[in-house]
Design a protein around this ligand. Structure first.
Ligand code: NAP
Length: 305
Protein backbone atom coordinates (compact mmCIF):
# COMPACT_ATOMS: atom_id res chain seq x y z
CA UNK A 1 0.00 0.00 0.00
CA UNK A 2 1.40 3.38 -1.06
CA UNK A 3 0.28 6.87 -0.10
CA UNK A 4 0.99 8.12 -3.61
CA UNK A 5 1.63 6.37 -6.90
CA UNK A 6 2.74 8.57 -9.78
CA UNK A 7 2.18 7.20 -13.27
CA UNK A 8 4.46 8.78 -15.89
CA UNK A 9 7.94 10.24 -15.57
CA UNK A 10 8.16 13.46 -17.60
CA UNK A 11 8.65 16.85 -15.93
CA UNK A 12 5.12 16.74 -14.44
CA UNK A 13 5.59 13.35 -12.79
CA UNK A 14 9.14 14.03 -11.65
CA UNK A 15 8.17 17.36 -10.08
CA UNK A 16 5.26 15.65 -8.33
CA UNK A 17 7.77 13.03 -7.12
CA UNK A 18 10.16 15.66 -5.73
CA UNK A 19 7.35 17.40 -3.84
CA UNK A 20 5.63 14.27 -2.50
CA UNK A 21 8.96 12.71 -1.53
CA UNK A 22 9.94 15.85 0.38
CA UNK A 23 6.54 15.67 2.11
CA UNK A 24 7.54 12.18 3.37
CA UNK A 25 4.91 10.43 1.26
CA UNK A 26 7.44 7.92 -0.19
CA UNK A 27 6.02 8.04 -3.72
CA UNK A 28 6.25 5.10 -6.07
CA UNK A 29 6.83 6.26 -9.63
CA UNK A 30 5.97 3.94 -12.48
CA UNK A 31 8.00 5.36 -15.32
CA UNK A 32 6.34 3.96 -18.43
CA UNK A 33 8.03 2.69 -21.58
CA UNK A 34 9.16 6.15 -22.77
CA UNK A 35 10.77 6.97 -19.41
CA UNK A 36 11.35 10.72 -19.11
CA UNK A 37 8.70 11.53 -21.70
CA UNK A 38 8.97 13.91 -24.63
CA UNK A 39 12.02 15.78 -23.29
CA UNK A 40 14.11 12.69 -23.90
CA UNK A 41 13.34 13.09 -27.61
CA UNK A 42 14.65 16.66 -27.83
CA UNK A 43 18.12 18.15 -27.84
CA UNK A 44 18.70 21.70 -26.53
CA UNK A 45 16.17 23.14 -24.11
CA UNK A 46 16.72 26.89 -23.90
CA UNK A 47 13.50 28.05 -22.28
CA UNK A 48 13.50 26.13 -18.99
CA UNK A 49 14.31 28.80 -16.37
CA UNK A 50 17.50 28.32 -14.43
CA UNK A 51 19.73 27.26 -17.32
CA UNK A 52 21.11 30.43 -18.90
CA UNK A 53 23.18 28.43 -21.38
CA UNK A 54 20.40 25.90 -22.04
CA UNK A 55 20.42 22.21 -21.17
CA UNK A 56 19.93 19.03 -23.19
CA UNK A 57 16.44 17.55 -22.74
CA UNK A 58 17.68 14.11 -21.58
CA UNK A 59 20.07 15.76 -19.10
CA UNK A 60 17.27 17.89 -17.64
CA UNK A 61 15.20 14.74 -17.09
CA UNK A 62 18.17 12.88 -15.60
CA UNK A 63 18.75 15.74 -13.14
CA UNK A 64 15.07 15.90 -12.15
CA UNK A 65 15.07 12.14 -11.65
CA UNK A 66 18.19 12.28 -9.45
CA UNK A 67 16.54 15.03 -7.39
CA UNK A 68 13.39 12.93 -6.91
CA UNK A 69 15.50 9.89 -6.00
CA UNK A 70 17.50 11.86 -3.44
CA UNK A 71 14.35 12.41 -1.38
CA UNK A 72 13.27 8.79 -1.50
CA UNK A 73 11.17 8.29 -4.63
CA UNK A 74 11.09 4.62 -5.61
CA UNK A 75 11.18 4.10 -9.38
CA UNK A 76 9.82 1.19 -11.28
CA UNK A 77 10.70 1.06 -14.96
CA UNK A 78 7.54 -0.60 -16.16
CA UNK A 79 4.18 0.12 -17.75
CA UNK A 80 0.87 0.44 -15.99
CA UNK A 81 -1.38 -1.90 -17.92
CA UNK A 82 -4.60 -1.61 -15.87
CA UNK A 83 -6.10 0.55 -13.14
CA UNK A 84 -9.18 0.22 -11.00
CA UNK A 85 -10.31 3.63 -9.82
CA UNK A 86 -13.78 2.47 -8.76
CA UNK A 87 -12.81 2.11 -5.10
CA UNK A 88 -10.10 3.17 -2.72
CA UNK A 89 -7.35 2.20 -2.35
CA UNK A 90 -6.85 2.36 -6.10
CA UNK A 91 -5.46 -0.75 -7.76
CA UNK A 92 -2.65 -0.31 -10.26
CA UNK A 93 -1.50 -3.29 -12.32
CA UNK A 94 2.05 -3.21 -13.59
CA UNK A 95 3.17 -5.07 -16.74
CA UNK A 96 0.04 -7.26 -16.46
CA UNK A 97 1.70 -8.99 -13.49
CA UNK A 98 1.78 -7.26 -10.12
CA UNK A 99 -0.95 -5.16 -8.61
CA UNK A 100 -0.08 -2.41 -6.15
CA UNK A 101 -2.45 -0.18 -4.22
CA UNK A 102 -2.47 3.54 -3.55
CA UNK A 103 -4.43 5.96 -1.38
CA UNK A 104 -3.90 8.64 -4.02
CA UNK A 105 -2.82 8.61 -7.63
CA UNK A 106 -1.12 11.24 -9.77
CA UNK A 107 -1.53 10.73 -13.51
CA UNK A 108 1.24 12.34 -15.55
CA UNK A 109 1.36 10.08 -18.57
CA UNK A 110 1.67 12.99 -21.01
CA UNK A 111 0.63 13.19 -24.61
CA UNK A 112 2.50 11.94 -27.63
CA UNK A 113 2.92 14.13 -30.66
CA UNK A 114 1.63 12.25 -33.68
CA UNK A 115 4.36 11.56 -36.20
CA UNK A 116 4.30 10.66 -39.88
CA UNK A 117 5.97 7.33 -39.16
CA UNK A 118 8.99 7.70 -41.47
CA UNK A 119 12.38 6.25 -40.49
CA UNK A 120 14.10 9.46 -41.61
CA UNK A 121 11.72 11.49 -39.41
CA UNK A 122 12.58 9.56 -36.24
CA UNK A 123 16.30 9.55 -37.08
CA UNK A 124 16.33 13.37 -37.41
CA UNK A 125 14.00 14.10 -34.49
CA UNK A 126 15.81 16.75 -32.44
CA UNK A 127 18.17 17.41 -35.37
CA UNK A 128 15.87 19.59 -37.42
CA UNK A 129 12.64 17.63 -37.00
CA UNK A 130 10.55 18.96 -34.15
CA UNK A 131 7.02 18.74 -32.80
CA UNK A 132 7.12 22.00 -30.84
CA UNK A 133 7.55 25.42 -32.46
CA UNK A 134 7.65 27.25 -29.13
CA UNK A 135 10.53 25.02 -28.04
CA UNK A 136 12.61 24.90 -31.20
CA UNK A 137 11.62 27.76 -33.53
CA UNK A 138 14.42 29.92 -32.20
CA UNK A 139 17.04 27.54 -33.62
CA UNK A 140 16.00 28.33 -37.19
CA UNK A 141 16.55 32.06 -37.42
CA UNK A 142 16.60 33.25 -41.04
CA UNK A 143 16.25 29.66 -42.29
CA UNK A 144 13.52 28.08 -44.43
CA UNK A 145 11.13 25.89 -42.42
CA UNK A 146 8.40 23.41 -43.33
CA UNK A 147 5.31 22.75 -41.24
CA UNK A 148 3.31 19.56 -41.86
CA UNK A 149 -0.44 19.55 -41.25
CA UNK A 150 -3.59 21.46 -42.06
CA UNK A 151 -5.20 21.93 -38.65
CA UNK A 152 -5.17 24.76 -36.12
CA UNK A 153 -1.86 23.57 -34.67
CA UNK A 154 -0.14 23.75 -38.06
CA UNK A 155 -1.52 27.28 -38.69
CA UNK A 156 -0.54 28.42 -35.20
CA UNK A 157 2.96 26.93 -35.41
CA UNK A 158 3.55 28.28 -38.92
CA UNK A 159 2.44 31.78 -37.91
CA UNK A 160 4.61 31.68 -34.81
CA UNK A 161 7.60 30.41 -36.81
CA UNK A 162 7.50 33.40 -39.20
CA UNK A 163 9.07 35.37 -36.33
CA UNK A 164 12.28 33.46 -36.95
CA UNK A 165 12.20 31.79 -40.34
CA UNK A 166 13.11 33.31 -43.69
CA UNK A 167 10.10 31.42 -45.10
CA UNK A 168 7.59 28.87 -43.82
CA UNK A 169 6.00 26.31 -46.16
CA UNK A 170 2.88 24.55 -44.90
CA UNK A 171 2.60 21.08 -46.42
CA UNK A 172 -0.88 19.64 -46.38
CA UNK A 173 -2.09 16.34 -47.79
CA UNK A 174 -5.35 17.81 -49.14
CA UNK A 175 -6.34 21.05 -50.89
CA UNK A 176 -8.55 22.18 -48.01
CA UNK A 177 -7.45 23.06 -44.52
CA UNK A 178 -9.02 21.57 -41.43
CA UNK A 179 -8.09 24.66 -39.39
CA UNK A 180 -10.68 27.19 -38.22
CA UNK A 181 -11.39 30.07 -40.61
CA UNK A 182 -9.76 32.65 -38.40
CA UNK A 183 -6.50 30.70 -38.10
CA UNK A 184 -6.50 29.97 -41.85
CA UNK A 185 -6.96 33.64 -42.68
CA UNK A 186 -4.15 34.64 -40.39
CA UNK A 187 -1.77 32.18 -41.99
CA UNK A 188 -2.85 33.02 -45.53
CA UNK A 189 -2.38 36.74 -44.99
CA UNK A 190 1.15 36.20 -43.73
CA UNK A 191 3.59 36.98 -46.54
CA UNK A 192 6.21 34.62 -45.18
CA UNK A 193 3.89 31.59 -45.40
CA UNK A 194 3.54 29.50 -48.55
CA UNK A 195 1.24 26.48 -49.02
CA UNK A 196 2.05 23.19 -50.74
CA UNK A 197 -1.28 21.47 -51.32
CA UNK A 198 -1.99 17.78 -51.90
CA UNK A 199 1.49 16.91 -50.76
CA UNK A 200 2.80 14.06 -48.64
CA UNK A 201 6.26 13.85 -47.14
CA UNK A 202 8.03 10.77 -48.45
CA UNK A 203 11.36 11.36 -46.79
CA UNK A 204 13.11 13.84 -44.54
CA UNK A 205 16.45 14.52 -46.21
CA UNK A 206 19.78 14.96 -44.45
CA UNK A 207 22.45 12.81 -42.80
CA UNK A 208 23.02 14.45 -39.42
CA UNK A 209 20.73 17.46 -39.76
CA UNK A 210 17.72 18.23 -41.92
CA UNK A 211 18.47 19.65 -45.37
CA UNK A 212 15.08 19.24 -47.01
CA UNK A 213 12.06 17.09 -47.76
CA UNK A 214 11.13 14.79 -50.59
CA UNK A 215 7.46 15.39 -51.35
CA UNK A 216 4.97 13.54 -53.45
CA UNK A 217 2.01 15.29 -55.04
CA UNK A 218 -0.85 12.90 -54.39
CA UNK A 219 -2.85 14.17 -57.39
CA UNK A 220 -0.16 14.13 -60.10
CA UNK A 221 2.10 11.58 -58.34
CA UNK A 222 5.12 13.83 -59.11
CA UNK A 223 7.94 14.05 -56.60
CA UNK A 224 9.79 17.22 -55.70
CA UNK A 225 12.43 18.35 -53.23
CA UNK A 226 11.88 21.22 -50.83
CA UNK A 227 14.95 22.77 -49.21
CA UNK A 228 14.45 23.50 -45.52
CA UNK A 229 16.43 23.38 -42.30
CA UNK A 230 13.57 22.76 -39.89
CA UNK A 231 10.55 20.47 -40.16
CA UNK A 232 7.72 20.93 -37.68
CA UNK A 233 5.28 18.04 -37.61
CA UNK A 234 1.92 19.43 -36.47
CA UNK A 235 -0.53 16.63 -37.19
CA UNK A 236 -2.06 16.44 -33.72
CA UNK A 237 -1.29 14.93 -30.32
CA UNK A 238 -2.66 11.84 -28.63
CA UNK A 239 -2.98 11.99 -24.84
CA UNK A 240 -1.77 8.80 -23.18
CA UNK A 241 -5.01 8.04 -21.39
CA UNK A 242 -6.26 4.76 -22.85
CA UNK A 243 -5.81 2.84 -19.58
CA UNK A 244 -8.03 5.35 -17.72
CA UNK A 245 -10.80 5.45 -20.33
CA UNK A 246 -14.28 4.98 -18.89
CA UNK A 247 -13.07 5.51 -15.32
CA UNK A 248 -12.35 9.22 -15.26
CA UNK A 249 -13.81 12.24 -17.03
CA UNK A 250 -12.06 13.24 -20.26
CA UNK A 251 -12.76 15.73 -23.03
CA UNK A 252 -13.71 14.66 -26.55
CA UNK A 253 -10.03 14.31 -27.51
CA UNK A 254 -9.16 12.10 -24.52
CA UNK A 255 -7.48 14.73 -22.33
CA UNK A 256 -8.27 14.30 -18.61
CA UNK A 257 -10.50 17.05 -17.26
CA UNK A 258 -9.21 18.80 -14.14
CA UNK A 259 -10.76 21.45 -11.91
CA UNK A 260 -9.77 23.24 -8.71
CA UNK A 261 -6.09 22.77 -9.46
CA UNK A 262 -5.39 19.21 -10.56
CA UNK A 263 -8.43 17.35 -9.19
CA UNK A 264 -10.04 14.90 -11.60
CA UNK A 265 -13.58 13.51 -11.50
CA UNK A 266 -12.35 10.77 -9.12
CA UNK A 267 -11.53 12.01 -5.58
CA UNK A 268 -7.94 11.14 -4.75
CA UNK A 269 -6.84 11.03 -8.40
CA UNK A 270 -4.94 14.05 -9.70
CA UNK A 271 -3.66 14.80 -13.19
CA UNK A 272 -0.68 16.93 -14.18
CA UNK A 273 1.17 17.91 -17.34
CA UNK A 274 0.24 17.35 -20.98
CA UNK A 275 -2.23 14.57 -20.14
CA UNK A 276 -4.63 17.33 -19.00
CA UNK A 277 -3.30 20.21 -21.10
CA UNK A 278 -3.93 20.44 -24.84
CA UNK A 279 -2.91 24.12 -24.90
CA UNK A 280 0.46 24.96 -23.37
CA UNK A 281 2.39 21.66 -23.54
CA UNK A 282 5.62 23.07 -22.11
CA UNK A 283 8.08 21.40 -19.75
CA UNK A 284 7.76 24.30 -17.34
CA UNK A 285 3.94 24.25 -17.30
CA UNK A 286 4.04 20.47 -16.84
CA UNK A 287 6.45 20.89 -13.92
CA UNK A 288 4.17 23.58 -12.46
CA UNK A 289 1.11 21.34 -12.54
CA UNK A 290 3.21 18.46 -11.17
CA UNK A 291 3.92 20.59 -8.11
CA UNK A 292 0.21 21.41 -7.84
CA UNK A 293 -0.77 17.74 -8.07
CA UNK A 294 1.68 16.82 -5.30
CA UNK A 295 0.27 19.50 -3.01
CA UNK A 296 -3.30 18.53 -3.91
CA UNK A 297 -2.55 14.86 -3.14
CA UNK A 298 -0.89 15.77 0.15
CA UNK A 299 -3.90 17.84 1.23
CA UNK A 300 -6.27 15.08 0.17
CA UNK A 301 -4.39 12.50 2.24
CA UNK A 302 -4.29 14.84 5.22
CA UNK A 303 -8.04 15.45 4.99
CA UNK A 304 -8.61 11.70 4.79
CA UNK A 305 -6.56 11.23 7.94
P1 NAP B 1 -6.15 18.26 -36.01
O1 NAP B 1 -7.21 19.30 -35.98
O2 NAP B 1 -6.52 16.85 -35.83
O3 NAP B 1 -5.40 18.43 -37.42
C1 NAP B 1 -4.41 17.55 -37.80
C2 NAP B 1 -3.98 17.89 -39.22
O4 NAP B 1 -2.91 17.03 -39.56
C3 NAP B 1 -5.08 17.69 -40.26
O5 NAP B 1 -5.03 18.72 -41.20
C4 NAP B 1 -4.72 16.33 -40.88
O6 NAP B 1 -5.03 16.26 -42.25
C5 NAP B 1 -3.22 16.33 -40.75
N1 NAP B 1 -2.71 14.97 -40.63
C6 NAP B 1 -3.08 14.02 -39.73
N2 NAP B 1 -2.37 12.90 -39.90
C7 NAP B 1 -1.55 13.13 -40.96
C8 NAP B 1 -0.59 12.37 -41.63
N3 NAP B 1 -0.30 11.11 -41.25
N4 NAP B 1 0.08 12.92 -42.68
C9 NAP B 1 -0.19 14.20 -43.06
N5 NAP B 1 -1.09 14.98 -42.45
C10 NAP B 1 -1.76 14.46 -41.41
O7 NAP B 1 -4.99 18.53 -34.93
P2 NAP B 1 -4.46 19.92 -34.32
O8 NAP B 1 -4.25 20.91 -35.41
O9 NAP B 1 -3.31 19.57 -33.46
O10 NAP B 1 -5.65 20.40 -33.41
C11 NAP B 1 -6.16 19.58 -32.36
C12 NAP B 1 -7.29 20.33 -31.63
O11 NAP B 1 -6.74 21.44 -30.93
C13 NAP B 1 -8.33 20.89 -32.59
O12 NAP B 1 -9.59 20.81 -31.98
C14 NAP B 1 -7.92 22.33 -32.76
O13 NAP B 1 -9.00 23.19 -33.11
C15 NAP B 1 -7.35 22.65 -31.38
N6 NAP B 1 -6.35 23.73 -31.46
C16 NAP B 1 -6.77 25.02 -31.31
C17 NAP B 1 -5.85 26.06 -31.40
C18 NAP B 1 -6.32 27.45 -31.21
O14 NAP B 1 -7.50 27.70 -31.31
N7 NAP B 1 -5.44 28.39 -30.94
C19 NAP B 1 -4.51 25.80 -31.67
C20 NAP B 1 -4.12 24.48 -31.85
C21 NAP B 1 -5.05 23.45 -31.75
P3 NAP B 1 -6.57 16.16 -42.74
O15 NAP B 1 -7.11 17.55 -42.60
O16 NAP B 1 -6.45 15.71 -44.14
O17 NAP B 1 -7.23 15.16 -41.85
Amino acid sequence: MHDVIIVGSGPAGLTAAIYTARANLSPLMIEGSQAGGQLTLTTDVENFPGFPRGIMGPQLIQDMRAQAERFGTVFQTADVTKVDLSRRPFAVTINDEDTVHARSLIISTGASANLLGLDSESRLLGHGVSTCATCDGFFFREQPIAVIGGGDSAMEEATFLTKFASQVTIIHRRDKLRASKIMQDKAMKNEKILFRWNSMVEEVLGDDVVTGLRLRDNVTNDTATLDCKGVFVAIGHTPNTHIFRGQIEMDANGYIRTSHGTATSVPGVFAAGDVQDPHYRQAITAAGTGCMAAMDAERFLEAEG
